[in-house]
Design a protein around this ligand. Structure first.
Ligand code: NAD
Length: 468
């Protein structure tokens, strides 16, 4: 078994206590993670502060080369990391699972390494020259969730480092091991203290909350639930931290009457069920016209019946268990209410352990919990509409605004509807397809700021303007 330690100041250290991490597919122990104390967090922040002057003042080309080398390191160890990720998260090795996540992590790291922040000249004439500089902030604190632990860690770490900051990361207590190993590997390239990790069960001490309050941290990049994100924002106010908050969603997909159910069924399915539905920007509500309702329900049921669910370490599995009991119980509650108030087309009651079958439900009341709450698991409500205006209004009747999608052969009409959806990203004839060069973030209560691309990189900087 691998020995997991926190990397602080370039040294691998154990904490006084540890906590167990279990495989959600089998219930078996995967490993023990260090359970950090507040003193461990202070040490990690101090190490990052100490490393900041040299890292931020390093020639940009050297920092860029180091970031590119991090991408290479992820590639070299992708298979081992993917295995560990499957064991602790539950997602399959194949399909859109762990190998795919590691591929994404490497691609994002490589792209982010290639970005740069040249000085912008705002004015240069007889009256003067005005230049805009982007300067690193100092220590960036990263707090990550359990659904895509490695990829989201890279989304946080790489732009922060590329912009010249140093980092302290804290992964979710459900999936700390793949992040511990990733950070250990990246430390083989980075100078001591540039990238530090603390892990916590959130019980011995709430390290995430302590990071949001910490005087030595200048910015928090947080990915997780809306409830926790709100707490981070409140706590961070006292130290006026910069924030990037990527929170929950309740994405709507709207199928227009000209769409062909047989053609779009596969895209609809994976738009909703990627990572077993445990995806921030997965389709969580599907609006379909009365005229296509039956055909779409039939096509989705037929597709879903052939998607193998099981222990993701085995070959041929496309969907695993729900990652943890808290989430499994939430999905079960929403599905039970849907069975009571509507019609279950496929799935329904939970299986053994943390497995929850792919569930398709329809004929639900407007205020069904499966429609109004974020399920973050393998259950999708299919909702009929008569007039597309109803579907647009219902899609927007949510506090969340992460993503949305429109499905039609008529691309100009789909784009018109896309522009009326209140969300940060809209996809046409697909859902959730993110890429490293396109800013991604939520509007309304889904978050603050964006990740990816130049805009995401800039969130790791302060602006300084020089007038001469
Ligand atoms: P969560 O909010 O429970 O936990 C996220 C992280 O916050 C964990 O590391 C946790 O330990 C930490 N934390 C707990 N209490 C804290 C506190 N008081 N202050 C600071 N940090 C604290 O979320 P989760 O269950 O791990 O993830 C699922 C949620 O994340 C879903 O709502 C999903 O939509 C969202 N998510 C959003 C995105 C996005 O990009 N918008 C991506 C993935 C997941």
């Amino acid at each position: 078994m691998l020995d997991f330690g926190m990397m602080i100041g370039g040294r691998k250290i154990a904490a006084a206590e540890s906590f167990a991490v279990f495989n959600p597919a089998t219930g078996e122990l995967v490993g023990e993670a260090p359970n950090a104390s507040l003193a461990d967090l202070d040490e990690a922040v101090a190490a990052a502060q100490k490393a900041f002057p040299a890292w931020s003042q390093m020639p940009d080309a050297s920092r860029q080369a180091a970031c590119a080398a991090l991408a290479g390191k992820l590639g070299e160890h992708a298979e081992d990391l993917a295995r560990l990720l499957t064991l602790e998260q539950g997602k399959p090795m194949g399909a859109l699972g762990s190998r795919w996540e590691l591929g994404g992590a490497q691609a994002w790291a490589g792209f982010t390494a290639s970005l740069s922040m040249p000085v912008k000249v705002l004015q240069d004439d007889k009256t003067g020259r005005v230049e805009l500089y982007r300067k690193p902030l100092g220590v960036v604190g990263s707090i990550t969730p359990w659904n895509f632990p490695v990829m989201i860690a890279i989304w946080h770490i790489l732009p922060a480092l590329r912009a010249g900051n140093t980092v302290v990361i804290k992964p979710s207590p459900y999936t700390p091991l793949s992040t511990l190993r990733t950070v250990e590997l990246l430390n083989q390239i980075l100078p001591q203290g540039v990238l530090n990790i603390v892990t916590s069960d959130d019980k011995l001490a709430n390290i995430g909350a302590a990071m949001a309050a910490h005087e030595g941290i200048r910015k928090i990049v947080f990915t997780g639930s809306c409830a926790t994100g709100e707490k981070v924002m409140q706590t961070a106010a006292r130290t006026m931290k910069r924030l990037t908050l990527e929170m929950g969603g309740n994405d709507a997909g709207i199928v227009l009457p000209d769409a062909d159910p047989a053609t779009i069924a596969e895209g609809l399915f994976w738009g909703a069920f990627i990572n077993n539905g445990q995806t921030c920007a997965a389709m969580k509500r599907l609006y379909v016209p009365d005229t296509l309702h039956e055909a779409i329900c039939d096509a989705l049921v037929a597709y879903a019946r052939n998607v193998p669910m099981g222990n993701g370490i085995e070959d041929g599995i496309a969907l695993g268990p729900v990652n943890n009991k808290m989430q499994h119980d939430k999905v079960s509650r929403l599905v039970a209410a849907a069975a009571r108030d509507g019609r279950i087309l496929l799935g329904g009651a939970p299986d053994e352990g943390l497995f929850s079958p792919v569930t398709l439900a329809t004929d639900l009341p407007e205020d069904a919990p499966l429609i109004v709450e974020e399920q973050f698991g393998p259950a999708l409500p299919i909702i009929r509409y008569t007039d597309v205006e109803e579907a647009i209004a219902a899609a927007n009747a949510s506090d969340n605004g992460l993503g949305g999608s429109v499905w039609s052969k008529d691309i100009p009409q789909a784009k018109e509807i896309a522009l009326r959806l209140e969300c940060g990203s809209v996809w046409i004839n697909k859902h959730g397809a993110i890429q490293p060069n396109a800013p991604f973030g939520g509007v309304k209560k889904s978050g603050l700021g964006v990740e990816f691309g130049e805009e995401g990189l800039f969130e790791n900087t302060d602006i300084q303007t020089i007038f001469s």
